[in-house]
Design a protein around this ligand. Structure first.
Ligand SMILES: Cc1cc2nc3c(=O)[nH]c(=O)nc-3n(C[C@H](O)[C@H](O)[C@H](O)COP(=O)(O)O)c2cc1C
Length: 206
């Protein structure tokens, strides 16, 4: 295990689904890499489409790591791996592959339903399923409004199983000046739950 700023470097999985708010997932990847952590990124098929629509970033099948780093304007010594949603043989599909935490950002209601029901049919759903069964940190930045009773029941089941639901609900008390500030706030709250050091939000009282 290597060290960064006195804290051990971790390995985190970031899952981007087809809910609105791809910026949350991409900002989380950026921040985790900047903080010196290893990141495995996987997008659902819908996540790829919504990311292309919202951010203008199309995750390619060929050399996806280079394209993600180019999009994030990251250079230098960072440790990123991009997995394919249909590759059920990927390390993320097994509990024997160790991770320090899994972040689903944004998490669609469909994704939440599949994980709550335990019916994983692709790699991102399986990776979240594995986090729960191994009792490892799973943070889900959910985005939908309004919520149906079915959504609420699924979010309750996920919480009961050990996940932490972090609604994509930006605050205003920190007086945001930009969309970036709003994105940083939500991602900062999610990283707080995972215990990841970051400089994304101004803390109340400091
Ligand atoms: C532009 C766009 C925005 C969407 N926003 C949301 C959303 O905020 N929340 C949600 O649960 N689904 C949203 N959806 C629907 C999901 O993409 C859809 O349910 C998809 O099947 C989810 O698949 P996944 O969970 O495998 O990514 C959106 C779809 C599109 C095209």
């Amino acid at each position: 295990m290597s060290e960064w700023k006195g804290r051990p470097m971790g390995h985190y999985t970031v899952i981007v689904t087809g809910a609105s708010g791809s910026a949350y997932g991409m900002r989380a990847v950026e921040q985790l890499l900047v903080q010196g952590h290893e990141v495995s990124l996987v997008m659902t098929d819908a996540g790829r489409e919504v990311t292309a629509f919202e951010l203008g970033f199309e995750l390619p099948l060929e050399d996806p790591v280079a394209e993600v780093l180019r999009f994030l304007e990251l250079t230098g010594d960072v440790s990123l791996r991009v997995a394919c949603a249909r590759d059920l043989f990927d390390p993320l599909a097994s509990g024997s592959h160790l991770t320090d935490g899994t972040l689903v950002a944004p998490a669609s209601m469909g994704f939440c339903a599949a994980v709550a029901a335990g019916t994983s049919t692709n790699l991102p759903e399986r990776a979240a399923d594995v986090a729960l069964k191994e009792r490892r940190p799973l943070v889900m930045v959910v985005r939908e409004t309004p919520l149906s009773l079915i959504h609420l029941r699924n979010l309750t089941a996920l919480t009961e199983a050990g996940a932490t639901i972090v609604p994509a609900a930006p605050a205003f008390y920190h007086q945001p000046a930009s969309i970036d500030d709003q994105v940083n706030y939500v991602v900062g709250k999610a990283l707080d739950v995972l215990g990841v050091e970051h400089d994304l939000l101004k803390r109340w009282g400091q």
